[in-house]
Ligand binder design. Sequence first.
Ligand SMILES: NC(=O)c1ccc[n+]([C@@H]2O[C@H](COP(=O)([O-])OP(=O)(O)OC[C@H]3O[C@@H](n4cnc5c(N)ncnc54)[C@H](O)[C@@H]3O)[C@@H](O)[C@H]2O)c1
Length: 242
Amino acid sequence: MTLSGKKALVTGAASGIGAAMAHRLAADGAHVYAVDLVAVPAAEGIEPLVCDLTDLDAVDALPADVDVLVNNAGRQHVSPIEDFDPALFHAILTIMLEAPFRLVRRVLPHMYAQGWGRVVNVSSAHGLRASPFKSAYVAAKHGLEGLSKVTALEGAPHGVTSNCVNPAYVRTPLVEKQIADQARAHGIPEDQVVEQIMLTPVAVKRLIDPAEVAEFASVLWGPASASITGVSLVQDGGWTAH
Ligand SMILES: NC(=O)c1ccc[n+]([C@@H]2O[C@H](COP(=O)([O-])OP(=O)(O)OC[C@H]3O[C@@H](n4cnc5c(N)ncnc54)[C@H](O)[C@@H]3O)[C@@H](O)[C@H]2O)c1
């Protein structure tokens, strides 16, 4: 198996895309540190680690012997900027940008010593495009894109790659939880949010399944991955073709 003998760390591994990534990495042979606010159910190859990524001291204490780092944890908040709670803006930036920086900083020495490492940043179509009412999320994802590229340039001489994956809307709790807020912010009924908001920018009119994201991302630690670095792999149903 591609990753046998290697260790992976996935943040936000209890749900949605992170859970799919953790299972895919374990299926590819890695021992997976599965990090989340709550303990991920233990499974073959999966070691749950409880950590709140807003606590940066706790982030700095996570394992450093990581060969594949998947920065995935995230949360959404839908609100116009003038009403956006600054504390929530700060928390979202901490979870989705500063914690990834701390983790990259923590694991690079191990990757450099091995002469091999893979950093996979779960960005979004919102790492490349903006939408109204998502200031913290869009700012964090655009920042993550920059962090990923710098990591790619610094890591290249050491056999370390860094990339983003950029899905459009994926069927996960993060999406389900924002439907009421989207309806309120846009002034439309809740049952019209998927069609009128989420599927409007995409040419392929469907929500993506988390397992599709994990399958797509697996190219980044697979046998053809050595020269894929500093890029954003879009899985966006044609969103950025506009
Ligand atoms: N769902 C989508 O449509 C979509 C699209 C593009 C990108 N993404 C990105 O994919 C990633 C995963 O999202 P998802 O849709 O699977 O969401 P999700 O809500 O299903 O899972 C997110 C996980 O992150 C964890 N998390 C949140 N805050 C945390 C914290 N402070 N400390 C530790 N863990 C924390 C949650 O507990 C949860 O298990 C996010 O970065 C999101 O921005 C999602």
